[in-house]
Design a protein around this ligand. Structure first.
Ligand SMILES: Nc1ncnc2c1ncn2[C@@H]1O[C@H](COP(=O)(O)OP(=O)(O)O)[C@@H](O)[C@H]1O
Ligand SMILES: [Mg+2]
Length: 256
């Protein structure tokens, strides 16, 4: 059986001790998969990602990443453990006062003190090249480049430490359709580039999830409603799944 790189077992989370945002969530992500987490707004998708990253602790239940029970890690160990993740959120969250190249070099300077400055620069160049950014932009500040280039820079920074797991939270929300497709393709290419890398993408964009993901997990009200292949979603008789699928598939879809 394929190895699960992420496992959530009966995870419950309450922020106020009364209402539960996650209500007993079971989720396994297969190593090497590109998994999309979908669902209506406010259903707990971002909260799930933050648990996987160890930024939130579950009220109860268990979270395992790469075989490691996160509750057993000290906060220092957790910080180190996060080097296994590359993360790209909706906003690229670049440092405004650093150049493109400095932004990508930053995680290497923080976590790879064994590397020389010239080696770090070399790796940063390589990652920026990989995401298709023209070298003429490397010395610019984030405010001096377009939104698409900021995404590319954010992705290059997420790739700097060669993470085992790539996490994307709504990477295309707010982008126009052309840029959305560019970013989706970049996510797919990045995923395929390295054997064994696992990508988890939260998306409101069902069209993208169906096009690039090989596994889809739909959350509803803090639980997994359906976990399967795109075909399982098309063929589902669950009313909520059908509603979500028909909404998301309205535009430019071969299946619409
Ligand atoms: N730090 C927090 N404190 C309290 N409530 C939170 C916190 N983070 C998220 N929530 C609540 O959890 C629910 C799910 O949020 P979220 O995971 O962000 O939804 P989405 O599926 O849109 O990403 C929302 O009701 C949100 O208000
Ligand atoms: Mg969210």
């Amino acid at each position: 059986m394929a190895e699960n790189v992420i496992r959530l077992v009966d995870v419950k989370k309450s922020f106020d001790g009364k209402d539960f945002v996650l209500k007993g969530l079971n989720l396994s992500v297969r190593k090497g998969s590109l998994t999309a987490i979908i669902g209506f707004s406010g259903t707990g998708k971002s909260v799930v990602l933050k648990h996987i990253l160890g930024l939130y602790k579950p009220t109860s239940g268990q979270i395992e990443v790469m075989g490691q029970d996160l509750s057993r890690l000290s906060s220092d160990d957790l910080t180190k453990f996060r080097c296994n993740f590359g993360v790209l959120f909706q906003s690229a969250a670049l440092f405004d006062d650093m150049t493109v190249l400095e932004n990508v070099s930053f995680p290497l300077q923080e976590h790879r003190r064994d590397l020389s400055a010239s080696r770090i620069s070399e790796i940063a160049h390589e990652k920026l090249h990989q995401v298709g950014l023209d070298p003429k932009h490397f010395g610019k500040l984030p405010s001096q480049i377009s939104g698409g280039m900021q995404k590319r820079t954010g992705l290059a920074r997420a790739l700097a430490l060669d993470p085992e797991i790539l996490i994307y939270d709504e990477p295309t929300t707010g982008l126009d359709p052309i840029l959305t497709e560019m970013v989706d393709n970049l996510i797919l290419e990045t995923h395929k580039r390295r054997e064994g890398v696992t990508s988890v993408m939260v998306s409101h964009d069902l069209h993208a999830a169906f096009r690039i993901a090989d596994e889809i997990v739909m959350l509803d009200a803090g639980r997994v409603l359906l976990d399967g292949t795109p075909d399982d979603f098309y063929n589902s008789n669950n009313e909520l799944v059908k509603k979500f699928v028909s909404k998301g598939m309205r535009k430019d879809s071969p299946h619409a």
